[in-house]
Design a binder for this molecule. Structure first.
Ligand SMILES: [Zn+2]
Length: 108
């Protein structure tokens, strides 16, 4: 039994979707666009034998469009881990104690 955290992209666009979009700046040689906007989510999965069960999701998104430090997987991990601990304290205690080394390696 274990717990897996992994982020994934939901969509990206050259046009801003909302004030919570994550953004990267680059130069697209074909279109000349310099910014790209996206939404990501961090998923927590419980691994039990051959089964993988979703136990939580946390959107990775900015509080507003003028933030200087954008949201990221690590910040989302702390929010999601805290929510799992609040919802299932006994299960979380077992899983997070066993996963401490993995967590540190995964986010370096
Ligand atoms: Zn958006």
């Amino acid at each position: 039994m274990g717990i897996i955290f992994d982020g994934t992209g939901l969509f990206k666009s050259d046009e801003k979707h909302c004030e919570h979009c994550l953004r990267i700046e680059y130069t697209n040689e074909r279109t000349g666009e310099t910014k790209q906007y996206m939404h990501h989510v961090l998923e927590a999965k419980l691994l039990v034998g051959d089964m993988v069960l979703s136990i939580g999701s946390e959107f990775i998104e900015n509080e507003s469009e003028d933030v200087t430090n954008q949201d990221c997987e690590l910040k989302a991990y702390y929010r999601l881990a805290e929510r799992i601990k609040q919802t299932c304290p006994k299960l979380a205690s077992l899983l997070f104690r066993a996963a401490t080394k993995w967590k540190i390696i995964a986010f370096k």
